[in-house]
Design a protein around this ligand. Sequence first.
Ligand code: DGL
Length: 261
Amino acid sequence: MSSAPIGVFDSGVGGLSILAGIHELMPTESLLYLADSAHAPYGPKGESYIRERCDGIMQFFLQHEVKAVVVACNTATAAAIAWMRDRYTLPIIGVEPAVKPAAELSAKGIVGVLATSGTLASDKYITLHKRFTHEVEIITRACPGLVELIEDPDPDEIAIRQLLTEFTEPMITKGADTLVLGCTHYSLITEVIQQVVGKEVRIVDSGKAVALQLQRKLPDALASGDESGIRFYSTGDITMQSRLLQRYWGQAIVVSKAEGI
Ligand code: DGL
């Protein structure tokens, strides 16, 4: 059982930012990454659509006999994790915007949150947001179009910077000194975001927290052994996805088609 793989998925490449943290913390675990690229972005889609996607992805993972699943997507976590946990008994770990650490870190008590419209509109996020509004001022901003640009095989960096400026300028002007990346895609372009908001703004995401949570949930995880492999799958066009995943993963990888979902 403990040598079984761990399934990690996102609507596309975003979850690689979570996968990297897991691989670093648990290098002997074998990992199976699924990018649901044919159905990205999830952000503007409704809850029932995302739940249906998650259900198909769970079937895929169960066929591959995974021992745990990481929902490396804030939008899917918000829309579907409670629903998934009701249906499946294996450990399912999700990701949510790092509002708590940001509230603790902010010297001025003003925090900005960038996320998808789906995440920000969800009951799960609204509950999280309300828990901290007595401690800090939280300025949220949905980022339509940003995930599409990150998923573009030939990314337009000027367009990315323009969008980031549009989304972050109002919160920086209001004094936000801490910025939460509430979508796993945004973590892939942390350096560009840092350049846009300036180096005095602290950027936080949930990557490390998810890896630690996974480790806590798997007490029988492999403590030692050889470094294990990562298998990459996508529901999208394999040639294009190989290029894209490789760019953000930083090394050559083989991407297989996720059939039947
Ligand atoms: N990476 C995802 C998230 O963390 C989803 C982005 C999208 O597909 O819209 O929210």
